[in-house]
Design a protein around this ligand. Structure first.
Ligand SMILES: [Zn+2]
Length: 382
């Protein structure tokens, strides 16, 4: 009897524990991608791995798998990411089945985000294959490097994808939420470049980059800007010593909004504050704005929302359509034109060593995948 899995006879629990034991920080996902590819190969399925993202032998690429269907319904795509956040570099993952809960036995995160989803998806596909269940086409896109900027999803091409809609399994909380709305996020960075001087002997010869940065930040509207929009400066770095007028200071922050014009307005105001502060203090400034993820906004009438809602009801769970302030691969799928929702899979307290998932939630996540496959196959009732 394996101590770590508590002797669980549940193949889904064992599968999750096997996945969770593999360390897979973003950019070092070789082992987990190989595990998934072997699992699918054992089911007789072919996989395709995209170009590795990251450096060195531990880097891996997105894993794609197509299970052709014979049904007349809607082909669907399921997605989860293979990386986990790596908050404690020296701690190895040590998942433990503790009664009806799976938690971390070490200081490492459990990694149910997103290995619970990987286990639920490939176990469901295994059941489809082994039972000869009819379906209308299933595609899997198991992405790498989601946690460090949706890199896998950004690199993924929809060319050749047959699915009419997608389901990311990458949201926290009990199995019931269908994330239908998420904001756009932009990151703003500015580096102020002034002139250093001795602060006590010749301060008038210096131009303070710290002063410029602080004026810029204090002139900005930050926090909740309106119902749809938030803004934050999260990092400020500058200066070397108390007796030196600082010649370098950088700030970085973000702006998120569900509303495109409100986002543009806020970003433009923040850039104006930066440029005005630089001009007033006589320092140079370089700015950059990076698109991190793009918003989506679906309603109960959109295909993946209808399918997910019906599937949840079919397994006895009342769906909750929800909005989030965060971004995930599903933002990128929608931006590329594959209408997709994010589904909660039961993971709790993610990004902390207290992360856990119940055995019940894991089973519900797998049953939800199977239910979507079934509902999509009977498309005339959708
Ligand atoms: Zn995740």
């Amino acid at each position: 009897m394996n101590q770590a899995d508590g002797g669980s006879g549940d193949p889904l629990v064992r599968l999750f524990l096997d996945l969770a034991r593999i360390p897979s920080p973003s950019g070092s996902e070789r082992e987990v991608v190989d595990f998934l590819a072997h699992y699918l190969a054992d089911l007789g399925l072919e996989t395709r791995e995209d170009e590795p993202l990251g450096e060195g032998p531990a880097a891996a690429g997105n894993l794609y798998c197509h299970v052709p269907g014979e049904g007349p319904g809607i082909p669907v795509l399921f997605s989860a990411h293979t990386d986990t956040v790596f908050t404690t570099p020296d701690a190895q993952p040590e998942p433990v089945l503790d009664g009806a809960i799976i938690r971390s036995g070490s200081r490492a995160v459990l990694g149910a985000d997103d290995k619970a989803a990987l286990a639920a998806i490939i176990d469901a596909v295994g059941q489809v294959i082994n039972s000869g269940r009819r379906h209308s086409g299933i595609e899997l896109m198991l992405t790498v490097s989601e946690e460090n900027g949706l890199k896998g999803a950004k690199a993924f091409s929809l060319e050749g994808v047959k699915a009419r809609c997608g389901f990311c399994l990458d949201s926290t909380g009990p199995v019931r939420e269908v994330i239908v709305r998420s904001p756009t996020q932009k990151t703003i960075r500015a580096t102020f470049k002034g002139k250093s001087a001795h602060a006590g002997v010749a301060p008038e010869e210096g131009r303070s980059a710290v002063l410029a940065a602080s004026r810029a930040v204090s002139a900005m509207r930050l926090g909740r800007i309106d119902e749809e929009t938030t803004a934050n400066i999260g990092v400020i770095k500058g200066g070397e010593a108390v007796n030196v007028v600082p010649d370098r200071c950088s700030i970085s922050g973000e702006c998120r909004s569900h509303d495109g014009s409100s986002l543009e307005q806020q970003v433009s105001e923040m850039l104006d504050a930066i440029n005005r502060a630089a001009a007033e203090t006589g320092v140079d400034v370089e700015t950059s704005v990076v698109d991190e993820f793009h918003s989506f906004d679906l309603s109960a009438d959109n295909l993946p929302v209808k399918l997910a809602s019906r599937a949840l009801r079919s397994i006895g769970i009342e769906p909750v359509l929800a909005s989030t302030g965060g971004g995930s691969d599903v933002n990128e799928f929608n931006r590329k034109g594959l209408e997709s929702v994010n589904l909660s899979v039961g993971m709790e307290k993610v990004y902390t060593p207290d992360e856990y998932i119940t055995v019940e939630s894991l089973g519900q996540a797998r049953d939800l995948v199977l239910a979507i496959v079934d509902i999509a196959d009977g498309h005339d009732q959708v």
